[in-house]
Design a protein around this ligand. Structure first.
Ligand code: CTP
Ligand code: MG
Length: 250
C-alpha cells in the first residue's frame, strides 16, 4: 500500500495524558537514507547481505516479535526498490510509509505522524542499518522499559580508550571513558512523548537526544556490540559473517 508523503504540521502538540487502554508496541524503521559513507550507488539498506537486502534482517526480527503489533518502515517518497522485493511473508504487520525526510529525525517524525499511533503506544525506533538485532535484545529492551515513565535505549558501555584529536590528527588528550555508553537502537518511547520531543528539538542523531532535551533521562539498557550499525564497507563483511554464523535465525 503506497501512502502520500506527509507534510509536517507547523505545530504538532502531543496529548500526554495516557488513557486506560492497554498500550500497544509498534516498531518504526527509518530507511530513507542514502548510505553516503558506504560509498555504493545503491542505498545501503538494499545492499545484499546474507542472501537478502540488508533491511530484510531488521524487519524479519521485528516482525517475528510477538509483542510488536505493527512494523512501520519509513521510505524515501521516491523509493523505487522496496516494492521490488517480496514482503508477503510479513503480511499486514509490515506497513511501508513513503514519507522519509532529508534527515533521520525528520524521517522518524514523518513516520510517527503517518503511523497515527495513540500517544500512549510504545514505539521502538530501529535503524534499517542494524541487521544483527536479535529477539533477545528486543525482549530485554521491552521487559526493562514497559513500566518506565520515560523509556530508553539499547546501549553498550564504551570499551576502548578514547583519544581527543587536535586539528593535526595528533592526540590532544585521553578522555575518561567512565560512564560513557554508545547508543544503539531500538530506542523505545511513548509515541506522544517522542513526537513532542522531535517537534521541539529538530536536528538530533537519535531519539533519546530529543527526549533528553525535554529534561528527561532515558534508561540505558545493556546490549551487545553485535547490534552494531552498518556504516562503512568493512561493517558489511562483519554483519555477513555474524548472520551466516547464526544461520539467519533471529
Ligand atoms: N535514515 C532515514 N532518513 C534519512 C537519513 C537516514 O530514514 N534522511 C535512516 C537510514 O536509512 C538508516 C538509519 O536512518 O536506516 C541510520 O542512519 P545512517 O546509518 O546514518 O544511514 P544513512 O544516513 O543512509 O548513511 P550515511 O549517514 O552514511 O549517509
Ligand atoms: Mg546518516
Amino acid at each position: 500500500m503506497k501512502r502520500q508523503a506527509v507534510v509536517l504540521p507547523k505545530r504538532h502538540t502531543a496529548v500526554l495524558h495516557y488513557n486506560s487502554r492497554m498500550s500497544e508496541f509498534h516498531a518504526l524503521v527509518p530507511a530513507a537514507g542514502f548510505g553516503a559513507r558506504m560509498g555504493h550507488e545503491l542505498p545501503k539498506q538494499y545492499l545484499p547481505l546474507s542472501g537478502q537486502p540488508m533491511i530484510f534482517h531488521a524487519l524479519n526480527t521485528l516482525c517475528a516479535c510477538l509483542e510488536i503489533a505493527t512494523v512501520f518502515v519509513v521510505l524515501a517518497p521516491d523509493d523505487t526498490l522496496f516494492h521490488t522485493y517480496d514482503w508477503s511473508r510479513f503480511g499486514d504487520k509490515l506497513q511501508p510509509l513513503y514519507c522519509g525526510g532529508a534527515e533521520r529525525a525528520e524521517s522518524v517524525m514523518n513516520g510517527l505522524i503517518a503511523s497515527e499511533l495513540e500517544p500512549d503506544d510504545w514505539v521502538l525506533v530501529h535503524d534499517a542499518a542494524r541487521p544483527c538485532l536479535t529477539q533477545a535484545h528486543l525482549s530485554k529492551l521491552i521487559a526493562e522499559l514497559r513500566g518506565d515513565a520515560v523509556g530508553g535505549i539499547l546501549a553498550v558501555p564504551v570499551a576502548d580508550t578514547l583519544k581527543r584529536a587536535d586539528s593535526g590528527g595528533r592526540v590532544l588528550r585521553t578522555e575518561n571513558r567512565e560512564q560513557l555508553w554508545q547508543a544503539q537502537t531500538p530506542q523505545m518511547f511513548r509515541a506522544g512523548l517522542l513526537a513532542q520531543a522531535l517537534q521541539q528539538c529538530g536536528s538530533v542523531t537519535d531519539e533519546a537526544s530529543a527526549v533528553e532535551a525535554l529534561g528527561l533521562r532515558p534508561k540505558l539498557v545493556l546490549s551487545e556490540s553485535t547490534n552494531f550499525k552498518v556504516t562503512y564497507p568493512q561493517d558489511l563483511l562483519l554483519a555477513e559473517l555474524l548472520l551466516n554464523q547464526r544461520g539467519n535465525r533471529t
